[in-house]
Design a protein around this ligand. Structure first.
Ligand code: AKG
Length: 195
């Protein structure tokens, strides 16, 4: 195969349509609730610490064999988006999905997703991150996902079930939720280090 660059390379791309229907979002939320939610830490692996100045949210991990169909949909989107936008080398599903729940006042301050390394503590490194909004936007206020490199810092308006994929080295944050609960599904796709 002759390698080709995408016509428009970018480091942030949203799915044109929601990846999941409201019913599928509910199924993912139910699965997330069944997988031992815990208070999220800051920093990956063994060095993770609780820091309520930086992050207030609960998370749980959805194993690959719990929702295989969900993972197939995500894998398919990842390969389309990687081909058309990022064109990173060898990215694949290296870590299970994080189900995330932000209560009122919950947030996650500025960070990059590079600090955690693959399961074996070495490779692969995180290259592409994904957030899929599981809540209907009418269910919460605040909780905007923001990127520091986007000049005007305008919040991205995702629909329920819609996902945004972005380069894991981009600084981003989730602003405090002012009302209701914001639920998201977060994944990181790893591969060999950038060359
Ligand atoms: O909940 C989100 O939309 C993003 C969360 C996030 O940035 C993370 O968990 O690293």
């Amino acid at each position: 195969m002759i390698p080709r660059m995408p016509r428009w390379q970018s480091y942030v791309a949203t799915t044109t349509q929601p990846m999941f229907t409201p019913e599928q979002c509910k199924m993912i939320i139910d699965a997330g609730h069944q997988c031992k939610p815990e208070q999220a830490k800051v920093g990956g692996g063994e060095e993770g610490k609780y820091d309520t100045k930086k992050r207030v949210t609960t998370i749980s991990w959805i194993p690959f064999d719990k929702l295989p169909q969900m993972y197939k949909v995500i894998e398919n989107q990842l390969s389309i988006i990687n081909l058309n936008h990022f064109y990173f080398d060898g990215v694949s599903l290296t870590e299970p999905a994080q189900f995330t729940e932000y209560p009122k006042t919950g947030f996650y301050d500025w960070h990059m997703d590079l600090n955690a390394f693959g399961q074996d503590g070495q490779n692969p490194i995180r290259k592409i991150s994904m957030t899929c909004l599981l809540s209907d936007p009418s269910e919460f206020k605040g909780g905007d996902l923001l990127f520091s490199d986007m000049g005007d810092n305008k919040p991205l308006q995702l629909k329920q079930g819609q996902a945004i994929f972005f380069a894991s080295f981009l600084r981003h944050k989730v602003a405090p939720v002012k009302k209701g609960i914001r639920r998201s599904l977060v994944m990181w796709f790893g591969g060999p280090p950038f060359k």
